[in-house]
Design a protein around this ligand. Structure first.
Ligand code: GDP
Ligand code: MN
Length: 392
């Protein structure tokens, strides 16, 4: 789960990680008041679940409270499109008004779990402010990595190594080391999947401050943090992903494809997307209905896939174990009839009540082709893709 910058900074505050003085506003009048309270120049920052705001006017330095109000007025209620959002962008409902700092150097610091070594890894670079993917490509030697130990944590000398690698001035070495250690505690104690500070800045007076903050929380650990679970802002989510979340379905939108994929299980999802590629098309999404699903959830799953405007054809790959194939088939037919969507479907069904399921599909009067296995479904899909206008 993603949270806002201002929420992330509230967490950092609790761990003694320095952040610029800031408050959140939902109206231009509030923005003006806060700017006056902070005094002098302030920075107005759109609060959205996406980075890359600086490049598209979502982060603006202003000189007076009146200007802060103007910028807030133009941002609140608009949608921000950055290189991390889709073309529709994300809604701006709040802005953060923060004191500006006299920045001498912008650094990069993040923590993620490295699945290969099974531990959190702290990544640091002197090339902050810019996109880290660019740094990784252009000059990978400028990214330093230090793994924490799942039991011991991140020892102080390792944190100090990173501070040294960041070339912080001697005056800031002690505070930089403390900051890295504290950030590591933020990551572990809140079950984060990502903590990213870009930029981490050194000011003219040698203070080290988290100027930006991005925190992702591990969904599967949220039950341990009811207070953090409340930070969810579903308005920032893609509407289809939000509907899927509500129905406890795992839906992932993919860019550039036209085949909607419905499966039950992650392994089937991978196989289904692979086979889609093999027949020369790209998946537009995949939706995992999980192990047990009643007809209502299956219907909602189908409606979500059909409401994805990119979808021109749907490939279903079902291994009916706990989920029964006839129930899924009934859900598919009901959803297709209810939405009146004329999207062709290819369905591979095996397992419990597969024959009954395939019969329901065959007798539905809809453009649904059943197949007893994925290879058979792939052949049908290839044929249908040719009929509906070549590859993408
Ligand atoms: P992002 O573009 O969404 O990642 O937003 P950031 O919070 O990282 O801000 C983008 C850029 O704006 C930063 O890299 C800074 O260069 C600049 N910026 C943000 N806040 C301040 C500030 O208080 N003072 C100054 N001088 N620049 C700032
Ligand atoms: Mn940033």
């Amino acid at each position: 789960m993603n949270i806002h910058e201002y929420q992330a900074k509230q967490i950092l505050d609790r761990y003694g990680v320095p952040t610029p003085r800031a408050e959140v506003a939902t109206t231009a009048a509030e923005a003006k008041e806060i700017a006056a309270r902070i005094g002098g120049r302030v920075v107005v920052k759109a609060q959205v679940h996406a980075g890359g705001r600086g490049k598209v006017g979502g982060v603006r330095l202003v000189d007076t409270p009146a200007e802060a109000a103007d910028v807030a007025e133009s941002l609140i209620g608009s949608r921000l499109v950055t290189n991390q959002t889709g073309p529709a962008g994300v809604p701006v409902e709040k802005v953060m008004i923060a004191e500006t700092l006299d920045i001498k150097k912008e650094l990069y610091l993040s923590i993620v779990v490295d699945g290969n070594i099974g531990a959190p890894v702290v990544m640091a670079s002197t090339e902050g402010g810019v996109e880290i993917e660019e740094v990784a490509e252009r000059s990978p030697e400028k990214i330093f990595r230090v793994a924490g130990d799942p039991l011991i944590g991140l020892t102080t000398y390792r944190a100090r190594d990173l501070a040294m690698a960041l070339e912080v001035p001697p005056e800031a070495l002690r505070s930089a080391t403390a900051l890295i250690s504290n950030l590591y505690r933020v990551f572990v104690e809140n079950d984060c999947s990502l903590v990213e500070i870009n930029p981490l800045v050194i000011t003219a007076d040698h203070q080290i401050v988290a100027l930006d903050a991005k925190i992702n929380l591990e969904d599967d650990a949220l039950f341990r943090h009811p207070d953090l679970a409340e930070l969810r802002d579903s308005n920032q989510q893609d509407p289809l992903e939000r509907r899927a979340y509500k129905s406890d379905l795992a839906y992932v939108k993919l860019d550039g494809g036209r085949v909607g994929c419905m499966v039950n299980g992650a392994g089937l999802a991978m196989a289904t997307m692979d086979i889609t590629k093999v027949v020369g098309a790209d998946p537009a999404n995949f939706l995992d209905i999980g192990g047990s699903a009643d007809q209502e959830r299956i219907e909602e799953a189908f409606k979500i896939i059909m409401d994805d405007d990119d979808v021109e054809i749907i490939l279903v790959n079902l291994f009916a174990g706990i989920a029964r194939a006839d129930v899924v088939a009934a859900g598919i037919v009901a959803a297709a009839k209810e939405t009146n969507a004329h999207i062709p479907m290819v369905v591979a069904m095996r397992g419990t009540n597969a024959d009954e399921g395939l019969a329901i599909l065959a007798n539905s009067g809809l453009d649904i082709t059943g197949a007893p296995d994925l290879a058979g479904a792939a052949d049908v899909l290839r044929q249908k893709l040719l009929e509906t206008g070549g590859n993408n």
